[in-house]
Design a protein around this ligand. Structure first.
Ligand code: CA
Length: 588
C-alpha cells in the first residue's frame, strides 16, 4: 500500500527460544476534512513537557513540545457516549527528522508510533482502538521524543467483520476429526476464547494449582525430531504425549523449531542446538529454491520426511493437529525467514505439497503465523495454503491488554476470510477485556516455562481470573459450550442495550434484599425465598464492569468491597436460580 509502517521487536527473558514483542501501529498520512472529536494537546495534563506557539499552523491555542526526558508525556481525557472502536489520528510536527513515541490508552501501552519528518503540522492515522463509554485517557509518552504534538482526533468507526471465514479446510479430503475440530473452532470464534498452554506437566500443574482448571489446547514442538538434532543424540516423546492429550479430549497444536538441516555454526553462543536461529546457521534456503538438484533441496526434503513420520502417527491415531510450522518468519530471527518472503513462501508450499500430496497427511489444519506489518501480505502463503492466521505476541510482564488493535489489523489484512488466533503469547490477555472489546482471538497459547511459572509474566491472580472466566474455555467445559455461548450472548445484549440495564428497577420484583445495600463500603446480596446466586455483574453508570463474579456453588449470599470505588450509582445484574434480575443502587 505504500504506507509507512514499522514493527518493533523486543527481546524477552526466555532462555533458549527468543520471543519477540510484535507491536504494530500503522501510520498513514492523510489530508481530508477533519471530523470527529479533537483533543487539543495544549489542554492535556503535562508531565515534563511544555506549551509552545512558535510554529505556525497549530489548531486550538498551541501545541506541546519538550518530549526530551524519559517519562515526559501529555495525557488527554475524553468522555464518550458509547463504548466502541475509534480511529485515532495524531497531528504533529517532527522538524528534527523521524521520531518514535509511545501511545497509551487507558494506561495500556499500545506500542510505538512512527512519526515521519515534517516541518509543518500534519496528521497521521495511528489505527483502530477500543475505548470505553465514559472517561478514557490517551497519552503520548516520550520514547525517542523531540517532536511537537498539536492534537489527537477520534473518529467513531466499526470493527472489521469476522463472520465470513472460510468454511472448508485447505487440505483436500480432510479427516473427519480435522473437519470436526475446524467446525468447533468456527462455531466458537468470536464467542469465546479457547485456553492453551505450551509445555508439559510443569506448566499444566501450575495452572491447575492456581486456578483449578486445565487448558483445552496443549502446545507441542517437533524440534527434537529435526534430523540435525537427532544426529547429536536428541530424542523426543512429544508425539506420544500429544496422542495421550488427544485421548483426554484435549486439542493438539504443534510448532516446529526446525533445526537447520546443515551448516550449523556450532560455536559458543551459536551452538548446534540453537540451529533454528538465523544467527546460528549459514544454511541458505535460496540455494535449494534455485536448484532442486542441490544438496540443500535434498536435505529439506529429508527433514520434512522425518517430520512426516511423526505426523503420520498422529493421523493414524485420529489426532487432528493445529499445525504451525515456519512461524514468525517475517521477524527473520529464524532461518526460514532470513532470506525474505519469496523464499519462505516457496518453502511453505514445498512443505504443504510434500506433507499433503506425497505423505497424504490430511489431519493437519494449517496455521500461518503473521505480523500486522505492511509486509504481512507479502509473506502470506495464500488462502489456498492456510486455514488460520496467528500472531505471536509477547508484551512486557504483567501487561494483560486484549491486543484489540493487532487483532483488528489482522482481520483487515486477511480480508476476514481466515480465523485469527493468538498462536503464542507471554502475558495472557485480560479475559473480560477480550469479551468487552471483542478482540476475538480464537485461542491463546502461553509459551512454556517462566511465562506461566514465574508469577511475573502472568501473576497467580491473573492466571486464576483468566482460567475461571466464563469467556475462557477450559478442558472440563467442552460439554457446556452451547450454554456458555448463550449466556455470554445474553450478557453482551445487556451490555449493548442501556434500556435493559437501566430500565428495570422495581424493588418489589427483584426479590433481592437490597435495603440500604451498601453498608460499611460492602454490598451484600442475599436473595429471598431460597433463591441462589450463580453470577453477578456490577456496572457503573457508564456501563463499565466494576465487578464480575461467577460461582459454581450457587451461593445464597455474595458480598462486594466498594471501599475503593467512587461514590455514585451502580447497576447489578444478578443471575439467580429463577432468572436474571437487575438492581440499581448508590454508593454514598
Ligand atoms: Ca493544538
Amino acid at each position: 500500500m505504500g504506507i509507512p509502517f514499522f514493527f518493533r521487536k523486543m527481546d524477552s527473558k526466555d532462555m533458549t527460544r527468543s520471543k519477540r514483542l510484535y507491536v504494530v501501529l500503522c501510520s498513514l498520512a492523510i489530508s481530508f476534512v477533519c471530523q470527529g472529536q479533537i483533543l487539543e494537546a495544549e489542554k492535556g495534563v503535562r508531565v515534563g513537557t511544555q506549551l509552545a506557539t512558535q510554529r505556525t499552523g497549530y489548531s486550538g491555542t498551541g501545541y506541546v513540545t519538550g518530549f526530551d526526558t524519559d517519562g515526559d508525556k501529555v495525557t488527554l481525557t475524553v468522555d464518550l457516549n458509547t463504548a466502541g472502536v475509534y480511529n485515532v489520528y495524531i497531528r504533529y510536527a517532527a522538524p528534527f527528522g523521524e521520531k518514535y513515541n509511545f501511545v497509551y490508552t487507558n494506561n495500556v501501552n499500545l506500542g510505538t508510533v512512527h512519526f515521519a519528518p515534517s516541518d509543518t503540522f500534519r496528521e497521521i492515522l495511528v489505527g483502530k482502538i477500543f475505548l470505553d463509554k465514559g472517561s478514557n485517557t490517551i497519552a503520548i509518552v516520550k520514547e525517542w521524543g523531540y517532536f511537537e504534538l498539536d492534537n489527537i482526533r477520534l473518529e467513531k468507526t466499526v470493527r472489521s467483520e469476522i463472520d465470513h471465514i472460510a468454511t472448508n479446510l485447505v487440505v483436500p479430503n480432510p479427516t473427519s476429526e480435522a473437519s470436526a475440530l475446524y467446525n468447533f473452532l468456527s462455531k466458537t470464534y468470536g464467542k469465546v476464547v479457547l485456553s492453551g498452554q505450551y509445555g508439559g506437566d510443569v506448566e499444566f500443574n501450575r495452572i491447575k494449582a492456581v486456578s483449578g482448571r486445565t487448558p483445552l489446547i496443549r502446545g507441542f514442538d517437533l524440534i527434537e525430531y529435526s534430523p540435525s538434532r537427532v544426529a547429536h543424540g536428541a530424542t523426543s516423546t512429544e508425539t506420544e504425549k500429544s496422542i495421550a492429550w488427544h485421548e483426554q479430549k484435549g486439542i493438539v497444536t504443534f510448532a516446529w523449531h526446525w533445526n537447520a538441516p546443515k551448516d550449523l555454526i556450532d560455536q559458543p553462543g551459536k551452538e548446534w542446538w540453537r540451529g533454528f536461529y538465523t544467527d546460528a546457521t549459514t544454511f541458505d534456503i535460496t540455494k535449494a529454491m534455485n536448484n532442486p538438484a542441490s544438496e540443500e533441496y535434498a536435505l529439506i526434503i529429508r527433514d520434512i520426511d522425518a517430520i512426516a513420520v511423526q505426523l503420520k502417527k498422529l493421523r493414524d491415531a485420529n489426532v487432528p493437529v493445529l499445525w504451525r510450522p515456519l512461524h514468525e518468519a517475517e521477524g527473520a530471527w529464524f532461518w526460514w525467514g532470513a532470506k525474505g518472503p519469496e523464499a519462505c513462501k516457496w518453502l511453505w508450499m514445498l512443505m504443504f505439497d510434500r506433507l499433503v500430496e506425497h505423505h497424504q497427511l490430511n489431519n493437519l489444519i494449517w496455521v500461518w503465523t503473521s505480523s500486522a506489518s505492511p509486509a504481512a501480505a507479502d509473506w502470506y502463503p495464500g488462502d489456498n495454503y492456510v486455514d488460520i492466521v496467528g500472531a505471536d505476541i509477547y508484551l512486557p510482564a504483567g501487561t494483560y491488554t486484549s491486543n484489540f488493535l493487532m487483532f483488528d489489523n489482522l482481520v483487515s489484512i486477511f480480508g476476514g476470510k481466515k480465523m485469527i488466533t493468538l498462536s503464542e503469547n507471554g502475558p495472557m490477555p485480560d479475559a473480560e477485556r477480550l469479551f468487552l472489546e471483542q478482540a476475538a482471538w480464537s485461542w491463546f497459547c502461553t509459551w512454556s516455562g517462566n511465562f506461566i511459572t514465574d508469577g511475573l509474566s502472568n501473576s497467580s491472580a491473573h492466571i486464576n481470573t483468566v482460567f475461571n472466566h466464563e469467556y475462557v474455555i477450559t478442558l472440563d467445559e467442552l460439554n457446556d459450550i452451547d450454554g456458555i455461548i448463550a449466556d455470554l450472548d445474553e450478557r453482551r445484549d445487556a451490555l449493548n442495550d442501556d434500556e435493559v440495564v437501566l430500565g428495570i428497577e422495581d424493588p418489589a420484583t427483584t426479590k433481592i434484599n437490597y435495603q440500604n445495600p451498601i453498608q460499611n463500603n460492602r454490598l451484600i446480596l442475599s436473595p429471598k425465598n431460597g433463591q441462589r446466586i450463580s453470577k453477578v455483574v456490577i456496572f457503573n453508570v457508564q456501563g463499565k464492569v466494576e465487578f464480575y463474579r461467577e460461582t459454581n456453588e450457587n451461593k445464597n449470599s455474595l458480598d462486594f468491597d466498594f471501599a475503593h470505588k467512587p461514590s455514585g450509582m451502580y447497576i447489578a445484574k444478578i443471575n439467580t436460580s429463577t432468572g436474571t434480575r437487575f438492581i440499581r443502587f448508590i454508593k454514598p
